[in-house]
Design a binder for this molecule. Structure first.
Ligand code: SF4
Length: 340
């Protein structure tokens, strides 16, 4: 992974870990934990889009919520403007939250059905002192134009149910932009939209990056959209980072067997499904106090004895391309059970 100067870095994530306790039990040694995110590190550069890809339960949405400070982290660091934001409290935390905004999967659920679009955008503008009462309306119209909702005067008067799903998601972006953020955490922003309008949202995100210099962490289970949108893609499985590389390289030369499995599920009209499909056996493992070894071992067609005993570490077979698999070396492999 290329790590630029501090000016180039939007967010630097180091060893981010989140374990959720399961059930009761007062003695710490008897307690059980879901290892939702285990020791994940990456650097989101300024004016770049990075995709976090994985199946349900891979930990990708938990990472977004940790970065938004909606959950406390178990350990690790998230460096933003030289500060570890996991330690921020009070006004400093509020300032951080305005600079790093989250857009959720369900645009309808994130809007109040009885309030106008104008109301939804006006609120953050006034609360975060981004406009005074004389200029607020013009600023609302400007934001609606930025996200492609025109004529803004007409859109601003509408209620959420009077807009299409794609338009509602654009309103969610406009509301996030109202506080002038530097980073957007977009959690599956197109997964609830019709296929026909997904491309419009992806192009709008590209435009926000190119014309407004925004950095974006794009959470998705859809590799095709990651390839289209993101400069770099990270593949997560069962709470661990399995592979990270520039998106083009990851799609054309995937190294990890799990990435190959995900890619084989993306329809490609040039090859028949029979030919391109990688068979996956087994099931997604439980990540409650996981045993040592590779978490993908039960599904991997290349599994070896060592895979069931030693947790593979990350290696970098080529510059900027990281992979967690014994086929490419042990990396920082460990025989120890991860601490809970
Ligand atoms: Fe497969 Fe072993 Fe690599 Fe895991 S470490 S992905 S089981 S080859």
């Amino acid at each position: 992974m290329s790590v630029g100067t501090i000016q180039d870095v939007a967010v630097d994530v180091r060893g981010l870990t989140k374990h959720f306790p399961v059930g009761g039990g007062f003695r710490r040694k008897n307690r059980r934990f879901i290892h939702a995110v285990d020791d994940v590190s990456f650097t989101l550069e300024r004016s770049r889009i990075m995709a976090l890809v994985g199946e349900s339960g891979s930990g990708k949405s938990t990472i977004a919520r940790l970065l938004a400070r909606l959950y406390p982290a178990t350990s690790g660091e998230v460096i933003f403007k030289g500060r570890n934001i996991l330690q921020l409290t009070g006004p400093e935390l509020l300032t951080y939250r305005s600079q790093v905004q989250m857009v959720f999967q369900d645009p309808f659920g994130s809007l109040n059905p009885v309030k106008s679009i104008e109301h939804h955008i006006k609120r953050p503008l006034l609360i975060h002192h981004q406009a005074d009462s004389r200029e607020v309306r013009e600023r609302i119209y400007e934001l609606l134009r930025t996200v492609g909702l025109t004529p803004p005067e007409e859109v601003a008067r509408k209620l959420p149910h009077e807009l299409s799903g794609g338009q509602r998601q654009r309103v969610a972006f406009a509301r996030a932009l109202a506080v002038n953020p530097e980073v957007i955490l977009a959690d599956e922003p197109i997964s609830m939209l019709d296929v026909s309008i997904r491309m419009g949202i992806l192009n709008m995100m590209k435009q926000l990056r190119d014309e407004h210099g925004l950095s974006c962490l794009y959470i998705t289970h859809d590799l095709a959209s990651a390839r289209y949108l993101a400069e770099e893609t990270l593949v997560l499985y069962a709470g661990q980072l399995m592979e990270a590389a520039p998106s083009g390289e990851l799609m054309s030369e995937p190294l990890h067997p799990y990435t190959r499995l995900l890619l084989s599920a993306v329809p490609d009209p040039r090859t028949s499904l029979q030919k391109s499909r990688v068979e996956a056996r087994g099931e997604i493992p439980t990540i409650i106090n996981p045993a040592p070894g590779c978490r993908f071992a039960n599904r991997c067609p290349y599994v070896m004895d060592v895979c069931r005993q030693v947790t593979p570490g990350l290696t970098e077979p080529s510059p900027g391309h990281r992979v967690r698999c014994h086929l490419y070396g042990e990396g920082d492999a460990s025989l120890k059970k991860p601490d809970s």
